[in-house]
Design a protein around this ligand. Sequence first.
Ligand SMILES: Nc1ncnc2c1ncn2[C@@H]1O[C@H](COP(=O)(O)OP(=O)(O)O)[C@@H](O)[C@H]1O
Ligand SMILES: [Mg+2]
Length: 300
Amino acid sequence: MSMTYLDITGVGIEFDTGGSKFRALQNVNLKMSKGEFISLIGHSGCGKSTVLNIVAGLYRATEGGVVLEGTEVTEPGPDRAVVFQNHSLMPWLSVYENVALAVNQVFRRSKTRAERRDWIEHNLRLVNMEHAMDKLPGEISGGMKQRVGIARCLAMQPRVLLMDEPFGALDALTRAQLQDSLMAIQADLGNTVMMITHDVDEAVLLSDRIVMMTNGPAATIGEVLPVTLARPRDRLALAEDPEFVHLRQQVLEFLYAKQGSRHASSADVVDSAAPRLAPVAAPERLPAGSGDLGSGSEAA
Ligand SMILES: Nc1ncnc2c1ncn2[C@@H]1O[C@H](COP(=O)(O)OP(=O)(O)O)[C@@H](O)[C@H]1O
Ligand SMILES: [Mg+2]
């Protein structure tokens, strides 16, 4: 057994909603080890972002708490960098300057100006964005902006990388490319990652464990599915791998059979098998993890 790195214990939260209380989470418990990649999946509104925001230190739990490497989380910090669905780059700063902002925040004292420049360029290279360093966010595509958002977080060398549906607004092909980039980077750097996703194939493709949440209110962790597929993972080969197919089936079963009744008509969780029926411009056999139905096109 590996040691606990991030420890979420007995976490519950109650929101004040104009006089009345709304209990979003109840008794959430999760231990992550260093270098582990975990996906949080569950129906829309169940409380995934709330869990992530508590780990980020943006929300304060009503009960329980989060300990990261022996230190309790009480506020946001650069050791827990967050990638949001909508990049949140500063529109008036270039790609380079957006990453520099984070790098200067973390390394102003520990790295020289020249070292920081090298480090910014290195991280932009990791996400294949070095060619667009001088562009403004408004001049690049949604997928490129997400790459910059990821570079900015990686450059902070966080203990945990928190990702809230990072590829949710991207088209299927861009999403597949970014998933592959993220897998390669994580294999290289050993990042500890907690990622929220709506995409079943994405969860299976990327994760060491899939954490499946029950519906709210008072949502909690319903089941945890270990994904023992060998790495590196190849989306084309996995699409027909019986174990991959079985794992995605288990996630679908949790979401639709066990948690599905109240949300049966909602299309918030993506089953990538479904888009084959939809008139999307996709290659013949768009491989595992790239499926997308109804979550919109790439935001420019
Ligand atoms: N700041 C807040 N104030 C009140 N209610 C909130 C707040 N943040 C989230 N909620 C509620 O908590 C529940 C879980 O929300 P969220 O974590 O955003 O769900 P998910 O990310 O799984 O879609 C929802 O019912 C949402 O309306
Ligand atoms: Mg959310």
